[in-house]
Design a protein around this ligand. Structure first.
Ligand SMILES: [Mn+2]
Length: 333
């Protein structure tokens, strides 16, 4: 059995609290929301008053998680303990600080539950106890282990939220960090009444696109340019389309995955042209070609090995196009 040395302190802080505020990071996802909703159930059953707070609106694809609409985006409640889920980075709380000052956190205990590799220099300053387990596939996995260790009761809503969160972060138990224990935990949750097919059907239902968006996707796919012997896939999205379609769906995300998954394609780039003269680039590269970050850096941006981006004010499309193709060729050679 997992034995977190932090568990007793966490238990004590929760026992002493009445109003608990659960904080979503500025990049909420299936794991952060599922973890928050599970804690809301677990701590609610212990008689605590629990508020889940997100300073940014939650992405609509997360609506399949029961309790999505209980997350507050305007801070109004008092609290005497905060629990930050799924981040240890201060920079992912910038929007939170616009509504709750770090001082307000400083004067009350705070718990961090996370599984991200620690980045020094970007620490959350007010933490009372941080339980960060980088080997876990999801923060929800850490919460499950904590529940076992502390004997917390999990109702069916909590189990569903934990399962959805683990499946989300582990990409259906296929991501790198998935361990035998991750799979066992899902098994235990299914034993406890969770239906994976019901969760998956609800998630897929939320992924449906309108006929207008599906047809627009068809037009985008037609326009993809395959360059450098198909190693580079490039797509340009003009302002008129951003204006018309992005309230419904991010146009770049309609095409990027198909671009990246084309035979022989190593790197995919979507250029968006805005009405103020700005051009942005979203870059994705395939496993084995970790050049996305380098390419973005050459264009004045940044990011990770396989996902990155850049932003150029007052740019000329032809210049940007030629420059990015040239740099891609250099990096691929
Ligand atoms: Mn996570």
């Amino acid at each position: 059995m997992t034995n977190y040395p932090e568990a007793d302190t966490i238990n004590q802080l929760i026992n002493d609290a009445k109003h608990i505020l659960i904080i979503q990071p500025d990049n909420p996802d299936g794991d952060s929301l599922g973890s928050g909703l599970a804690l809301e159930q677990i701590l609610g059953e212990q008689g605590k008053e629990v508020t889940i707070f997100s300073a940014v609106s939650l992405p609509s694809y997360l609506k399949y998680l029961k309790g999505y609409d209980r997350v507050e985006i305007t801070f109004r409640k008092k609290f005497d303990l905060s629990i930050i889920v799924d981040t240890s980075s201060n920079s992912l709380l910038e929007n939170i600080y616009k509504q709750i000052s770090p001082k307000a956190f400083n004067t009350r205990p705070a718990i961090i539950l996370d599984h991200h590799d620690h980045i020094s220099g970007d620490d959350i300053s007010f933490t009372t106890v941080r339980l960060n387990v980088p080997s876990a596939a999801a923060t929800a996995e850490v919460i499950y282990e904590l529940s076992v260790q502390l004997g917390w009761q999990l109702n069916l809503d909590a189990k569903n939220a934990l399962a959805a969160a683990i499946l989300s972060d582990s990409q259906g138990l296929t991501a790198n960090k998935t361990t035998a224990r991750t799979v066992h935990i899902i098994g235990e949750l299914v034993d406890g009444g969770v239906s994976l097919s019901a969760l998956e059907n609800a998630r897929r239902d939320m992924m449906r696109k309108s006929p207008e968006i599906v047809k627009y996707k068809g037009r985008l796919l037609e326009r993809i340019e395959y360059l450098l012997d198909n190693r580079l896939a490039l797509l340009v999205i003009p302002w008129e389309e951003i204006q018309q379609y992005s309230p419904q769906y991010n146009p770049a995300m309609l095409a990027l995955e198909d671009m990246r998954l084309t035979t022989d394609t190593l790197i995919a780039i979507v250029l968006k042209i805005y009405n103020d003269g700005r051009i942005t680039g979203k870059i994705r590269s395939n496993y084995g070609t970790p050049i996305a970050g380098e390419l973005a850096a050459l264009m004045g941006g940044g990011g990770h090995d396989y996902a990155s981006g850049f932003k150029l004010p007052n740019a000329d499309l032809n210049d940007v196009r030629q420059t990015v193709i040239r740099h891609a060729l250099e990096l691929l050679s």
